[in-house]
Ligand binder design. Sequence first.
Ligand code: GLA
Length: 654
Amino acid sequence: MPQLGDATRGRILFGGDYNPEQWPQEVWPADVRLMKEARVNSVTLGVFSWAKLEPRPGAREFGWLDRLMDLLHDNGIGVVLSTPTASPPPWLGRLHPETLPRDEDGRVEWWGGRQHFSHSSEAYRRYAAAITEDLAARYGSHPALTMWHINNEYCTYDWGDEAAARFRRWLKNKYVTLDALNTAWGTAFWSQGYGDWNEVLPPRHAHYLKNPTQVLDFRRFTSDMLLECYVAERDIVRRHTPHTPVTSNFMPLWVGQDAWRWAAEEDVVSVDLYPDPRDPFGAQSGALVQDLTRSQARGPWMLMEQAAGPVNWRGVNHPKPHGLNRLWSLQAVARGADAVCYFQWRQSRQGAEKFHSGMVSHAGAEGRTYQEVKRLGAELHKISGDVTGGHIQSDIALLHDWHSWWAGAQDGRLSTHVDHPDLLRAWHRALWEAHLTTDFAHPEHDLTRYKLVLAPQLYLLTDTAIDNLLAYVRGGGTLVCGFLTGIADEDDRVRPGGVDARLRELFGIRTLHEWWPLDAGETVECDGFRGTLWSEEIEAEDGATAIPYKGGELDGLPAVLHQGRAWYVSTLPEPDALRDLLSRIAADAGARPVLDGLPARVEAVRRGDLLFVLNHGREPVTVDVPGTHRDLLTGERVTGRLTLARYGAAVLRP
Ligand code: GLA
């Protein structure tokens, strides 16, 4: 199987989405000159070029792309060529209105924006395959081609009729009989029993709460349909170019795709990442996505898109202060990226994203943005040879599963304040602040190489996953689970006793009497810290209470339970308390921080034999780094102590 290394060939890929069709041809040579000055070695072409390539049904206008491919190749810049299928031309919607998706209220998503395609539409799939076929045939042997990029941020839903028909086919394949579907969906509730497959619909607009298992299956179906679209295009390009890697870019921690399944179908796992420069935890939320993407890739991954300056889709869109673009780019490399790319090369003058930054901003080559990009390009070039291909070892894994997220996020739950990504962020933040490097894993993955496994929340767990967790602990691993873990089976049926019996036994939960969600801002006293968001009325087995609640209704009952190597945390401890608790458990399990005594907001990551030290603070900082190193960025020797400027970074080789 081809991999990222086939495209990088020992260099960090540096570049971004390039949309030259938005510019007169006279700009192209200037673009290429600036790219070379900035050591850009890779651009992604064609992401939104369908109407340009196929202005009329069946027409092919490849001349402009031929010229660009040649121009880029002549200048040593590789091309990640995209299939243009994320944004069909208007004629497709006009000729085939059934290609336009419908929302749950039946409203059509018209052309005029982007991503107005139904994953289920036969006509869409046919036209997408045809343009993909011709693109692959034309450019498969072009020397500029380094990678295929399929579609862009697959994220559409469709509740329309063609999707309904495919949904029924998907369900028949899963359940075989209507009886099995009725049982899985619990249709005895509210008179929902189905007597004919044609009665089964996507979960469209309804008077009151929808059937949760129907909604869950619709999410699974949607992820699978999008994956079918991806695989169809991937297989076409693969037929033409079996040795060229294929990717499709994920949105960070995006709800709509089961990215574990998706990643298994990709040669290169890539992600688009846009932390808010003003977010005090922007660096950590970036680190989380990087850790997740690396874990999906099981090695080096591609930062397909980031912003050199502001985005334009938040309420208020802040620029990146001087140095932050460099720092966050090096952070991605530290956490396993072998490609650092942007949306987009040159800031658009027209269209919906004209206030979204580019590597070349409206200020042009003299602007600070391009100047910083240029410096970064030179630095990445300098460290490329030492970095690429390097792996990151972690003794810790955080568990995450999309199906559990989908099931746990349904309407009709006990607290809408409980949010799966927020919980992942809170637990990841605790580890990040303790300088403990973590991977992510699926609850059914082989976990045996980890000393510590953490499940912030796995509301839905399959029997296979539960067996896996039990075997992991039996084999000597330490497991910490947060509240609302092991509640439902894979049909979203609550397990007898409220939490799976095997897990209750593991944690020493004799009876779970009631869940006690907390209001926003409400806290619950525990012995030594305060809990937020949630609490539980649990009767523990003898000796299983590690930390009790103090005062209030739950006084004396266990907030944290501990038996052998298994821990259960029935609330969300405030950030410092969660950090301290997880650090203690990690230390007992033998998982060590990257460096001891690091100040807050300094991040350290080991990649291969390199040590990255990153200062996310706005003040200079001095840190102890035992031993003697050479900083690959400055060439200087570092003996014992390292001083980093605000947003400073060092890449140390022993
Ligand atoms: C996404 C898309 C890009 C662009 C950026 C803007 O990541 O893939 O085409 O719209 O967002 O942030």
